[in-house]
Ligand binder design. Structure first.
Ligand code: NAD
Length: 508
């Protein structure tokens, strides 16, 4: 946020490098009054932005994308320093975020195109559905993908004609401030994309600020608090929450590829992804070979250092959760094959492979959000599907199998499934992204992700008048009799007439 006009914050928040403990930078802690002021400015920007043509908006979004791309190294460096992920992963994150800006800008006009729908019985009407910007969107983001994840809401909200006020995580605010600086220089409307910073209180203020929708990404516990705060003004919410994503490996799967996908899916970003592989069910016949392959590949990975595959965990609090899950699994009889609690050093966790994992263990039921691969042997694919669906979450999922893969995928109770790949759905911007159950509701990405930030309007236009006007008190005396006939013909057991035929009969 550029400047505040009311009750300016005096306190500041520090962003730390989790690898070194050093302060990377500081940002203001914005007060509720400052949040309200930002939303008021955004409302003015939204009015102007919403009246521009799709072409004009696309042009500015493309300029924004190019400006971000020109500073990709700087953006990746900030993410690397305040989140702890390796620079390579930070660059991948920047690239994926840019892909969403490009996609949202290119698709908005098509996704929001008005469409004619059947007018049914009212054949003398033209029925149209159209989509319009909501106004101001409050985006509240997490720390694990501090650019890519919120951009999944921001880019689509802007492309749909809205202004955005974005509250990043208190652990990773600097990347958001940098993006807002670039936005203020690129967009003609400098208040179109603003950032307010602070911890939960600033987020809570945004949820109550009278925005037209809150797009929240974070934990299920906070999501519930956001929904309660938004309920005060009946502000609609989009909730992208956590997951406990299962992976199923069938006995006819390509085991080497399945292991490679499992290792990447569970360990990328040190396992701190909402769509991480969090639990693995492997067919009995191939269990031991699969485990051997996973262990072999995990042993080839390096944690920490400039060329490390895994970086530092973003917070000590997350390290404590992972440690607790590992200790709980060991206490309940699981076997640790690599890593483990003893191998945790500061914010670094060595990738940990666990066998004999059971649903009574936290590592199989709660979101671990760390570099852990808990594996369970299953006697049949039905058992695998049953266990995969035994979760309060329902975000992503993965299936490795031969010809039966699609049938297994269809049975999974999840928002998204990757077949014979991992996380594939997140890399395809035209696929809607989101979950069910404790993983939240609503969708980002894809045409659904654009329409998520619009209001749907229905228009019924009478294009010709007919003698019998149902929307009038002026009806002929025998109307009840005619209606009884209509009900029978349209909805009863008699011949189902087409609306046009029916009108002709009624008129005669
Ligand atoms: P979190 O819930 O702790 O915080 C998320 C955001 O909410 C932060 O900006 C925080 O400051 C803010 N916040 C905290 N209290 C608030 C309140 N009362 N009102 C409004 N805002 C408040 O989540 P996190 O630890 O930053 O992120 C990790 C979680 O996010 C994991 O569960 C992960 O699975 C989930 N996640 C989900 C997706 C998805 O798309 N489904 C993507 C990334 C992360």
């Amino acid at each position: 946020m550029a400047t505040a006009t009311t009750t300016a914050s005096t306190e500041r928040l520090s962003s730390y490098n989790p690898a070194t403990g050093e302060v990377v930078g500081t940002v203001p802690i914005h007060t509720p009054a400052e949040v309200d002021a930002a939303v008021a400015r955004a409302r003015v920007a939204a009015q102007s932005w919403s009246t521009r043509s799709f072409e004009a908006r696309t042009e500015e979004l493309v300029a924004f994308r190019k400006a971000l791309a020109a500073q990709a190294d700087e953006l990746a460096s900030i993410i690397h320093r305040e989140n702890g992920k390796p620079e390579l992963e930070a660059l991948v994150e920047v690239m994926m975020a840019l892909g969403h800006i490009q996609h949202a800008a290119a698709r908005a006009e098509t996704a929001m195109a008005p469409r004619k729908v059947s007018s049914g019985m009212l054949a003398n009407f033209r029925a149209t559905v159209s989509y319009h910007p909501l106004g101001v969107i409050g985006v509240i983001g997490p720390w694990n993908y501090p650019l890519f994840t919120p951009m999944g809401s921001i880019a689509y909200a802007l492309a749909a004609g809205n202004a955005v006020v974005f509250k990043p995580s208190e652990l990773t605010p600097l990347i958001a401030v940098k993006v807002a600086e670039i936005a203020a220089k690129t967009f003609a409307l400098s208040d179109l994309l603003q950032v307010v910073t602070g911890a939960g209180a600033t987020g809570a203020a945004l949820a109550k600020a009278g925005v037209d929708k809150v797009a929240f990404t974070g934990s299920a516990a906070t999501g519930k608090r956001v929904m309660m705060a938004a309920a005060e003004r009946l502000t609609p919410v989009l909730l992208e929450l956590g997951g406990k994503d299962p992976m199923i490996v069938a006995d006819d799967a390509d085991l080497e590829k399945a292991a490679e996908a499992c290792v990447y899916g569970a360990l990328t970003n040190a396992g701190q992804a909402c769509i991480s592989v969090e639990r693995v069910y492997v067919a009995d016949a191939v269990h031991d070979r699969f485990v051997d392959e996973v262990v072999k590949q995990v042993r080839a990975l390096k944690t920490g250092g400039d060329d490390g595959h895994l970086g530092a965990m973003t917070s000590a609090a997350q390290v404590a959760i992972v440690r607790d899950h590992l200790d709980d699994a060991v206490a309940k009889g699981a076997t640790i094959l690599t890593g483990g609690s003893d191998a945790i050093s500061g914010n670094y966790i060595q990738p940990t492979v666990i066998t004999g994992a059971e649903h009574s263990m936290k590592v199989m039921s709660d979101e671990t959000f760390g570099p852990v691969i808990p594996i369970k042997r299953v006697g049949s694919l039905d058992e695998a599907v049953k266990l995969a669906n035994d979760s309060t979450y329902g975000l992503g999922s993965t299936v490795f199998a031969g010809k039966g893969a699609r049938a297994i995928a269809d049975k999974l109770r999840a928002g998204m499934t990757s077949i014979n790949s991992v996380m594939g759905f997140a890399g395809i911007p035209s696929l809607p992204f989101g979950g069910i159950g404790e993983s939240g509701f609503g969708r980002i990405h894809g045409d659904e992700g654009i329409r998520e930030f619009t209001r749907t309007k229905s228009t019924a236009e009478q294009v010709m008048s007919i003698p019998l006007n149902m929307m009038s008190f002026r009806q002929p005396k025998d109307m009840p009799k005619r209606l009884r006939g209509m009900i029978k013909q349209l909805y009863g057991e008699g011949v189902v007439a087409k609306a046009g035929d029916l009108w002709r009969r009624i008129r005669s």
